[in-house]
Each structure stands twice: as structure tokens, then as C-alpha cells.
Design a protein around this ligand. Structure first.
Ligand code: ACO
Length: 323
């Protein structure tokens, strides 16, 4: 059977680092409050004029270099983002053009913080169906552009960045020892819209709007939703938490990550944490964390990895894969 295997990954973070102490100069907050409630110590913020396409392009080039391929080897580009350069055309098409890719197709996906899990799942299905052989999946965000910088309850949580992977169709035996994606689980429930949303848009206010969140409500639902899709992934494969080498969750908040890992009995040393130095980069957070864990030698061939995310919508999902 066909397995979707990650053959390269790359990431990019804007150079500008904003610490909690920097934020405390403009909003009524403290480093202590932010670290205690979220685990976040700093985040990268795009310069004026530095766009989601700029970050995504850089991550894409790094991923292709890591995979040892050129754009000629790609069939499709999928970009997960909630902060596109324009309402249309899709930012992925701009990245496709910048990369010099004149064939195939590119499109954007919108599932907020779960965007990378949704995009990777979509790419997996395209590869399994034979529609494509090699797909570039990018998560890129400039959430700094949709934050209300006077709202201390939200502006301290997010950052900008991009990560990308090259996903390739390979033959597998159909067992859980195969390299590649073993199972994908996706969920959404629009009844939670008011808990996390942007208060603008082309069809409603004709503005971009700002992120609004009922933090406690998001927290209250997050752990249950995350564990639901992870348990479903274990059930689909017959594997369990002890089999995992790495848990690479969406990096929203260290308390949510710790509580999820505890509930699932995943030991802390298997959990990849980047929220402390990246903040919440929405759709970019998982590929950023994955790339960092690969680059620093944590992730090794044959390792079993659980990816997981939950975000606005609500949307949530998990992917279990063997490296
Ligand atoms: N600095 C200092 N004080 C603050 C700040 C801040 N940045 N923000 C809020 N406070 C104050 C509040 O005003 C409140 O003060 P009050 O008691 O005088 O009214 C007090 O701190 C407590 O506020 P709460 O909202 O009750 O704080 P809580 O402990 O719930 O923590 C937080 C807030 C961190 C947002 C938490 O609810 C949370 O982590 N929620 C999950 C949300 C999340 O991670 N979202 C990311 C996007 S969704 C996703 O990616 C999954």
C-alpha cells in the first residue's frame, strides 16, 4: 500500500524576537504571569512588510533543500494559514510562483491552529489516491497582524513563523512498522465559534478584524478534544502511548500540552516543547517544532511520532507517523 513519507523539512522564523519583558513595556503584563500561565518566554514577530508568503517561501525552500528536490519534482503545494497575504488569490499560489513552479497546482487550507494537521491529512489522501507523487505542505502565519495589541489576554500568546515538509508517496507493507503516515484523525464543531474567532472578514465587516478568545473556555475544551483524537489514532493502529518516541503537539500553551500528555500517560521527556521560544504560531507551530526536533537530532529513523492540534472553529486532529 502507498504510505506518505516526510522526506524533508524546513522552517523559518522572523529575526525580530520580542520577549515578555518587551511586551510588558506596552501592555499591563509581566514575564512571571505569562510564563506561569502559558510557558511562553519570547516570540518572533515579522517586520513591517514581511508577509506570510515571505515566511512560507523561506520554509518551503529549506524543506525542498533538505529533501534534495527541486520544484520540478513537486505536483502540488498546500499552505495552511489563517493569515493570508490577501483575501484572494491564495497565498500558496504566490509561493508557487516565487518558487518558479509553472506546473501542478497550489491551494490554501484554513483550519486555524489545526491547519497543518488538516493540510498534511489532505496531502496524505492525494498521495494514497495516486493523484500526486510529491506534495509540499507548508504552515505559515503572521498572527501579529490580527492581534489586538491592546488586549493583554491575547496579544501575549502568539508569534509569527513558518514550517514546511515534503511528503512523498512510497510503497509500504501496510503494517504499523511502515515508514510514513499511519493514521489521520480530523474533527470540527462549529458550535464553538464564539470561543475563538476573528471579529472581521470580507463578507461580514469588510475588514480583516482582530482575534478574540474566551481563554478559559478554550482551555476547558482543549484537553478533552486533543485526547479524543489521540485515543482514536491508537485505536486505529493498535499502538499505544508506550510505543511513542515523540509527542509533537500544537504549541498553544504549555499547561494544555502538559495536561494532555499526563492524561494520555505520555512521559514528559517524549514531549517536544517549543512554545517557550516560539509562542503560538498557529498552523506553523507543528512543522516548526518537528523541524527543530529533527535538526537537533532528537527524531531518528523509525521513531513513532504523534502530531496533534486544536484550534478555532473548533477544529482538532491528530496524525500518527513513523519517521
Ligand atoms: N498579564 C497579566 N494579567 C493578565 C493577562 C496578562 N497577559 N491576561 C489576563 N490577565 C489577568 C486577567 O485580567 C484576570 O485578572 P482579574 O482576575 O483581575 O480579572 C487574571 O489575569 C486571570 O485571567 P484568566 O483569563 O482567568 O486567566 P487564565 O488563568 O484563564 O489564563 C489563558 C489565561 C493563559 C489565556 C488561559 O485561559 C489559556 O491558556 N487558555 C487557552 C487559550 C489558548 O491557549 N489559546 C490559544 C489559541 S487556541 C489554540 O491554539 C488551542
Amino acid at each position: 500500500m502507498i504510505r506518505s513519507v516526510i522526506t524533508g523539512c524546513g522552517s523559518y522564523l522572523p529575526e525580530n524576537i520580542v520577549t515578555n519583558d518587551d511586551l510588558a513595556k506596552t501592555v499591563d503584563t509581566t514575564d512571571e504571569w505569562i510564563v506561569q500561565r502559558t510557558g511562553i518566554r519570547q516570540r518572533h514577530i515579522a517586520e513591517d512588510g514581511e508577509t506570510t508568503a515571505d515566511l512560507g517561501e523561506k520554509a518551503a525552500r529549506a524543506a525542498m533543500k533538505d529533501a534534495g528536490i527541486t520544484v520540478d519534482d513537486l505536483d502540488l503545494i498546500i499552505l495552511a494559514t489563517s493569515t493570508p497575504n490577501n483575501t484572494f488569490p491564495a497565498t500558496s499560489v504566490e509561493i508557487q510562483h516565487r518558487l518558479g513552479m509553472n506546473h501542478g497546482a497550489a491551494f490554501d487550507m484554513q483550519a486555524v491552529c489545526s491547519g497543518f494537521v488538516f493540510a498534511l491529512t489532505t496531502a496524505d489522501q492525494y498521495l494514497k489516491s495516486g493523484f500526486a507523487k510529491r506534495i509540499l505542505v507548508i504552515g505559515a502565519e503572521t498572527f501579529s497582524r490580527i492581534l489586538d495589541w491592546e488586549d493583554r489576554t491575547t496579544c501575549v500568546l502568539f508569534g509569527d513563523g513558518a514550517g514546511a515538509v515534503v511528503l512523498e508517496a512510497r510503497e509500504g507493507e501496510g503494517s504499523v512498522s511502515d515508514q510514513g503516515i499511519l493514521t489521520c484523525q480530523l474533527r470540527s464543531d462549529g458550535s464553538h465559534k464564539d470561543k475563538l474567532y476573528v471579529d472581521g472578514g470580507p463578507s461580514t465587516t469588510q475588514t480583516v478584524g482582530h482575534l478574540r478568545m474566551q481563554g478559559k473556555e478554550v482551555f476547558r475544551h482543549a484537553v478533552g478534544m486533543i485526547t479524543d483524537v489521540i485515543v482514536a489514532s491508537f485505536k486505529a493502529t493498535g499502538l499505544n502511548a508506550d510505543d511513542l518516541n515523540w509527542f509533537i503537539p500544537h504549541q498553544a500553551n504549555k499547561r494544555i500540552i502538559d495536561a494532555s500528555a499526563k492524561k494520555l500517560k505520555i512521559s514528559p521527556e517524549k514531549v517536544v516543547i517549543t512554545v517557550d521560544h516560539h509562542g503560538n504560531t498557529s498552523a506553523a507551530s507543528i512543522p516548526l517544532a518537528l523541524c527543530e526536533a529533527v535538526a537537533n537530532g532528537k527524531v531518528k529513523k523509525g521513531d513513532l511520532i504523534m502530531l496533534e492540534a486544536m484550534g478555532g472553529g473548533f477544529t482538532w486532529g491528530a496524525i500518527l507517523l513513523r519517521w
